[in-house]
Design a protein around this ligand. Structure first.
Ligand SMILES: [Zn+2]
Length: 561
């Protein structure tokens, strides 16, 4: 699964165009801006020169045909009621035709919508109140002057104010927006292009009542995209797997994404929020329509409604970028109860990948794992040289697209190395000292206490000395904590790509440990389908059903009615 953390590498420049008193991103008008040759790491904002007003611009001071209507209108009210009933039922027994409510990442204050089609605004709490937004008219939602905060300062109440041109419409409680057709462009006034996207479906905007992760949902206004499941998947699949992947792998990806979304809906993952699923890797990446491609659309269409079941329950078909060659069992990574269909799968063939089969034995010692982690052993998860070359070629051709799509082709996500000194590791462990105890200053030993049969470390102990030379130790459990133990120390937010690794000590001439080479396999949690593996299986002739059956044992595929 991709991390949105990679987005700073996206090189779309955030060019803005002043239109009718608003700053609108140039991309809304079909103007593209170029990134730098080496990708978004060096992303810069480049001015775009317009020879003439962009298509769709609203002239400053133009007569607005916006219309607010509070007169009774039986047919309009019936339509609104039907919409609201559909929204309310979206969380019940899932069906492919239903809509889902996706909480969109927001930043900043106001929410700005723009559509080439007419938009209609109603108020979820003031039946009969309507506002018609002409096509190509920008509409801004902000918290009105009467906003209040609770004691914690994190909960906001309305009302919401809507602005169009020079007109203001106050005291909306829960604006609901639907569009006559076409995509709606959304800005939450952030400078990052991440916050300038286009979506299908309808929207709900309301004061934020709860934020599961404030860092990703900074706005005081919550923005929910209400979108049919299959349309949502058209945005998810190309984000999660390169559209250049073989069709059967894309179809497997579409089935996983559909199943995972419905499983998370049923599980109430965002029960406290006013939406059912979020738009980044906490649930699944959903950047809207921007990345939709014919190949991934076809994969969604050809698997329409197909969902993975275990027994009579929709399977939580989690997947990951690269397993390294052996996928992880869910209970080893997340420490919950075992899940029958999320067990470790050895993703290599005794005949095709015989070198790996000779290393990976039924019972593995630390010496065996050292061989596994330090050699570029063949497996279905291994990117081929042609795939690596293809990635390089695509990067040269389109740095931005490559940065978005090709991460799971990177060879360093199959076998990787991170170097850390004894002082750096000691400093990382100092932050984990129990209250009242002296912090570690220098690490002296890294010891694997427990390793799963998949190779993923379940419990890790770091031994060291405090500033006065006393011995001390820190024990770390759980995949996410083990991988994060060096966060911020190695210039990365997720310092260790996976928890399948060995620590090889470096020593000076006197034999004293000066640091370690962390050598590891795979990228991500490693549970469920390996996205690189799925592509290689498809290249070898497997179809989507075979790929799914390989990674999720004992499951069945069913078509939603
Ligand atoms: Zn989520």
């Amino acid at each position: 699964m991709r991390l949105f953390g990679s987005l700073p590498r996206v090189s779309r420049a955030a060019s803005f165009v002043a239109v009718g008193g608003f700053l609108l991103p140039a991309v809304w008008f079909g103007f593209s801006s170029r990134g730098t040759a080496n990708g978004a790491r060096d992303a810069v904002v480049q001015p775009v020169q317009f020879a003439q007003a962009p298509v769709g611009a609203v002239d400053d001071g133009a007569e607005l045909s916006a219309e607010e209507n509070t007169e009774p209108d039986a047919s309009a009210d019936a339509q609104i009621l039907a919409q609201q009933t559909a929204y309310a039922s979206a969380g019940k027994a899932p069906a492919a035709s239903r809509t889902i409510r996706v909480g969109l990442t927001t930043k900043g204050g106001d929410i700005v919508l723009w559509s080439p089609s007419q938009m209609f605004v109603s108020d979820g709490e003031q039946l009969g109140r309507r506002l018609t937004v002409p096509a190509r008219q920008t509409v801004t939602f902000s918290l009105g002057d009467n906003q209040t905060r609770n004691a914690g300062g994190t909960v906001f109440s309305g009302p919401v104010q809507i602005n169009m041109g020079s007109s203001a419409y106050g005291a909306w409680q829960k604006p609901m927006v639907w569009v006559a057709g076409g995509p709606t462009h959304v800005s939450t006034n952030g400078e990052n292009p991440r916050f300038q996207r286009a979506y299908r479906g309808s929207f709900e905007i309301a004061p934020q009542i709860y934020s599961f992760e404030p860092a990703m949902h900074k706005s005081k206004l919550r923005l929910v995209n209400i979108v049919p499941l299959e349309e949502y998947l058209r945005g998810v699949v190309p984000w999660e797997m390169s559209p250049s992947a073989p069709l059967e792998a894309l179809k497997a990806q579409a089935i996983c994404a559909r199943s995972e979304a419905l499983s998370k809906l049923a599980g109430g993952r965002h029960a406290k929020d006013d939406f059912q699923i979020c738009d980044y890797d906490h649930c699944q990446g959903y950047p809207g329509i921007e990345n939709e491609k014919p190949a991934t659309d076809r994969a969604v269409r050809e698997t329409s409604g197909l969902v993975l079941y275990h027994g009579n329950t929709i399977a939580d078909a989690v997947y990951g970028t690269n397993s390294g060659g052996i996928s992880a069992a869910a209970d080893h990574v997340w420490r919950g109860p075992p899940e029958a269909y999320l067990q470790s799968v050895r993703d290599f063939s005794p005949t095709v990948h015989s070198a790996t089969a000779r290393v990976v034995k039924p019972r593995m010692t630390e010496a065996d794992w050292t061989i596994y982690c330090t050699r570029n052993l063949p497996s279905w998860a291994q990117p081929s040289q042609s795939q690596i070359n293809d990635l390089a070629a695509r990067r040269r051709k389109s740095p931005r697209t490559a940065a978005l799509f090709q991460e799971n082709d990177l060879p360093e996500f199959y076998r990787w190395t991170r170097e850390v000194s004894a002082a750096e590791l000691g400093a990382a462990m100092a932050t984990k000292a129990a209250p009242g105890t002296a912090p570690m200053q220098t690490a002296t030993e890294v010891r694997v206490v427990e390793r799963a049969t998949s190779g993923h470390i379940v419990k890790l102990a770091i031994f060291g000395r405090t500033s006065d030379g006393s011995p001390t130790s820190v024990t770390i459990e759980k995949d996410s904590y083990i991988r994060a133990m060096l966060s911020g120390r190695l210039g990365s937010t997720t310092a260790l790509p996976s928890s399948t690794f060995v620590a090889i000590a470096r020593r000076d001439a006197s034999g004293t440990v000066t640091g370690w080479s962390f050598r590891g396999a795979g990228w991500g949690h490693g549970v469920g389908m390996c996205q690189r593996g799925a592509q290689n299986h498809a290249l070898a002739g497997w179809n989507a059903r075979q790929i799914i059956a390989h990674y999720y044992r004992g499951t069945t595929l069913r078509k939603l009615q």
